[in-house]
Design a protein around this ligand. Structure first.
Ligand code: ZN
Length: 131
């Protein structure tokens, strides 16, 4: 890739990321308005609690994604975009097209996901033995 191609590719990613950022900001702003409804009916209570849980989980996921997108935009400004934050090798262009906010190369991401999964599993096991 010559410098001009690299430059316009980065611009393309920046556009995608900025669009994603404003989309997430909007979604999260709307979620802020979720009223916590009260109901005397117990079944409704359970139903509402489940919906609330789901909404909170979505907000968690979306704010995490928003953070990743903002980080990626910062990396574009800093000229570090496309470099793995763990091992500093180049993230494959194919991966960046699929996940423009990727901060790690596929190897480091897989290792990080594995760590996280193990963490979640042990928390789940602890909860089970407590019950
Ligand atoms: Zn890496």
């Amino acid at each position: 890739m010559d410098m001009k191609t690299v430059h316009s590719t980065i611009n393309g990613f920046q556009e995608v990321l900025e669009r994603k950022e404003s989309e997430l900001v909007q979604v999260l702003r709307k979620r802020d308005g979720i009223a916590i409804e009260k109901s005397a009916d117990q079944m409704d209570e359970i139903q509402l609690a489940t919906e609330r849980d789901l909404a909170i989980r979505n907000v968690d996921r979306e704010s995490g994604l928003l953070r990743d997108v903002k980080d990626a935009l910062r990396r574009i400004q800093g000229g570090e975009f496309g470099t793995c934050m763990e091992c500093e090798s180049a993230i494959s262009p194919k991966r960046l097209v699929a996940v423009p906010w990727a901060a790690r190369c596929i190897q480091c991401q897989e290792a990080a996901d594995r760590d996280r999964q193990e963490g979640t599993e042990s928390v789940g096991a602890a909860l089970l033995s407590a019950a």
